[in-house]
Ligand binder design. Structure first.
Ligand SMILES: Cc1cc2nc3c(=O)[nH]c(=O)nc-3n(C[C@H](O)[C@H](O)[C@H](O)COP(=O)(O)OP(=O)(O)OC[C@H]3O[C@@H](n4cnc5c(N)ncnc54)[C@H](O)[C@@H]3O)c2cc1C
Length: 276
């Protein structure tokens, strides 16, 4: 068998060309997920592999008043190093949960979004923040909402010759941002659950509220009708209002364990009761 070829494109143009020529070749970003998935002791490489390490465009970070935008190969640690003034608090907390420090130095956001079959730690938070992700192939660019990167069957909405290139996070001003995580998406037996809540209020009136949960399964847990019902209410919410909101929220849909269902409802209740 021929030796594997590892491609090191030095620019985005070159990356897209190679991707077109070798659509079957896996993209290697930080490699933390790809390597963790190997079943044998030694890594067996596919005939072609494309690494993103030398593609400058994928490592850039820019911040404007409205957006934080970064290349898909920016690492979790690089984003954490931007400091709290530059990264929304809930996203910072989520980034802080992606693996131990050695993993965070390699793990990329593009890689986190591109894992098929499950939603990793960053996905629900990025979705709640209205993040968009750019997918490119030669001659075409399109932007996908982070919450729609995964189809309902868990596959990633990425064509064979496409690659995630940029991530754009709107910088809205939130009065309260909360992130909590239990278990790990890599260990389904740990009943993983990620929770994120965002609130904007003014003069104690709720102007916007967003709540999402994820059990790592392809569907996010979100009830926009409950959120809409709460907008315009005065905080703190009364026990009665929280009870009514929970009735609207109902039982989370999808393939969840009893622990995940109970935990999600408790987190929603705790979040709503804590609004000031
Ligand atoms: C010990 C350990 C602990 C971990 N803990 C967590 C955790 O708590 N939470 C969590 O979310 N993850 C965790 N992970 C998994 C992993 O580290 C992260 O999900 C990470 O963000 C994956 O990014 P990566 O760059 O390493 O991806 P890679 O391993 O390089 O790639 C992952 C997948 O994405 C594809 N891909 C990568 N970049 C792109 C791109 N730009 N365009 C298209 N496809 C692309 C690859 O082809 C591959 O299919 C852990 C991993 C380890 C080893």
């Amino acid at each position: 068998m021929a030796d594997p070829t590892i491609h090191f494109p030095g620019s985005l143009g070159e990356l897209l060309q190679i991707r077109k020529r070798h659509p079957e070749a896996p993209v290697y970003a930080g490699g933390t997920f790809l390597l963790a998935q190997r079943s044998a002791r030694f890594v067996s490489l596919p005939p072609h592999l494309i690494t993103l390490q030398d593609v400058d465009e994928l490592h850039r970070i820019t911040r404007t008043e409205r957006y934080l935008e970064f290349g898909a190969a920016v690492s979790v640690r690089e984003l954490l190093q931007l400091g709290s003034g530059n990264v929304p608090g809930a996203l910072r907390d989520a980034l802080g949960h992606v693996g131990p420090p050695a993993v965070a130095g390699l793990a990329t956001v593009g890689g986190n979004l591109a894992i098929s079959g499950r939603l990793m730690t960053l996905v629900p938070v990025l979705a709640l923040l209205d993040t968009r992700v750019e997918a490119r192939r030669q001659g075409r660019s399109r932007w996908i909402a982070a919450g729609r990167v995964h189809r309902t069957d868990g596959t990633v909405d990425l064509g064979v010759d496409e690659v995630f290139t940029r991530v754009r996070v709107p910088l809205s001003s939130w009065t309260k941002q909360v992130f909590r995580r239990f278990g790990s998406e890599l260990a389904p037996d740990s009943d993983p659950l990620t929770f994120c809540g965002l609130v904007r209020s003014s003069n104690q009136i709720l102007e916007e509220i967003r709540i999402v949960g994820s059990a790592g399964t392809p569907q996010l847990i979100r009830d926009k009708s409950m959120e809409a019902e709460l907008v315009g209410r005065r905080v703190p919410l009364s026990n009665r209002e929280v009870r009514q909101a929970l009735e609207l929220f109902g039982e989370p849909d999808g393939d969840l364990s009893a622990i995940q269902r109970v935990r999600m409802r408790r987190l929603v209740k705790w979040f709503l009761l804590g609004l000031r």
